[in-house]
Write a protein that binds this ligand. Structure first.
Ligand SMILES: *[C@@H]1O[C@H](CO)[C@@H](O)[C@H](O)[C@H]1NC(C)=O
Ligand SMILES: *[C@@H]1O[C@H](CO)[C@@H](O)[C@H](O)[C@H]1NC(C)=O
Length: 349
């Protein structure tokens, strides 16, 4: 009887192992902005940083890695949900190498956007440069795994793109440059063109599974609410409407590229509605505060302004949707990730 029990256990373990080996998604590769940066900006000269306390206070070891949250970001949760590591390391982080990156890597850079003019605002890594890093990564992967295995990994890997908010909030609506050249509609089409080209380049580099991330209700970020004095500090509807419009265009791009590129499985991961639902019905998720952030006054601080010396910082971030005035808490990130995995990314499993 005892032997039988042991055999069953062994069998179960073998099955687990087999599932792991044949896992359909051998790696997660990430491009984007602060929503998915894990510390690349620590390695470049920019003020768009978060590698100091209280950032990361709920991360493993309380470590401020450069993630713009109190804990993990959505792609960390997605990696875990796909049966990979519970976090995705930053490509420029010297404490990791290709043996780590072979199952997950992020090239993301806080403050960046589709538009190179956006990445110029805070001197961060533009999207085209993230693609250059990706090519370098592929070469390293071929040396490390061998050509065949590396190509298989690239082919099976889930490529995630998460950016766009900064193009509107940090660039278009903050500087006269783009807004004097383009109407908001024209600017959206400019960004869609860049997104489409980027996806085509990924495809030609061997990527077949790609998740294109939509915009959140960006008018509800605490920083934007703070400026909405006439509107009683409610969400800025115009910005939310632009997010909805842009998401519609990203969705259309997804349909078109799937028709155009054989073998491509491009999906549109839309965080808008789950995000808005959390803000409108916080108690459903155990949140208590929606309009201001946990860090400092919660009205405008992020990056260096959100520091450990601020006595206003909340003690329990899990009651808040926002960690700083621009970025969700780990708990909100977890809810959004679970939603996207269940409703969109599950088809890759
Ligand atoms: C990566 O780093 C680990 C531990 O730091 C080391 O053991 C390993 O040899 C390194 N691998 C490569 C391919 O450089
Ligand atoms: C891997 O893919 C690259 C790019 O498509 C190709 O040049 C190379 O021949 C492939 N290597 C193997 C071993 O299949």
């Amino acid at each position: 009887m005892a032997n039988l029990h042991i055999s069953w256990l062994l069998l179960a373990q073998c099955l687990l192992l087999v599932t792991r080996i044949t896992a359909k998604v051998p790696a997660v590769v990430v491009f984007g902005d602060s929503s998915v940066d894990a510390g690349n900006n620590n390695q470049i000269p920019t003020i768009a940083r978060s590698n100091f306390q209280p950032y990361g206070r709920d991360f493993s070891g309380g470590k401020p890695t450069g993630r713009f949250s109190n804990g993990r970001v959505p792609t960390d949760f997605i990696s875990q949900a796909l049966g990979l590591r519970p976090f995705i390391p930053a490509y420029l982080d010297p404490s990791y190498n290709i043996s780590d990156f072979a199952i997950g890597v992020t090239f993301a850079s806080a403050g960046t956007g589709y538009d190179t003019a956006t990445s110029d605002v805070l001197s961060v890594i533009p999207l085209w440069k993230q693609l250059e890093y990706y090519k370098e990564y592929q070469n390293k992967l071929r040396l490390y795994l061998g050509g065949n295995k590396a190509n298989e990994t690239i082919n099976g890997a889930l490529h995630i793109m998460s950016l766009g908010t900064n193009d509107f909030l940090e660039n278009y609506y903050s500087y006269p440059g783009r807004s004097s050249q383009y109407s908001i509609q024209q600017y959206q089409y400019l960004l869609i063109g860049i997104a489409g080209n980027f996806i085509k380049q990924l495809y030609h580099l061997g990527a077949r599974k790609i998740s294109l991330g939509g915009l959140p209700p960006m008018g509800c970020l605490p920083l934007e609410r703070t400026t909405n004095i006439m509107g009683g500090n409610d969400c800025i509807e115009d910005y939310n409407n632009v997010a909805l419009e842009f998401n519609g265009k990203l969705n259309g791009l997804t349909t078109n590229l799937n028709k155009e590129l054989p073998g491509l499985k491009l999906v549109f991961s839309n965080p808008y509605y789950i995000f808005l639902q959390m803000i409108r019905r916080p108690s459903l998720y155990g949140f208590e505060v929606t309009s201001v952030a946990c860090c400092a006054t919660g009205m405008f601080e992020m990056g260096y302004a959100c520091n450990r010396n601020n006595m206003f910082t909340c003690t329990d971030a899990s009651k808040y949707i926002f960690w700083d005035s621009f970025h969700p808490t780990e708990k909100a990130n977890h809810i959004i990730s679970d939603y996207v995995v269940k409703n969109v990314l599950a088809q890759f499993l």
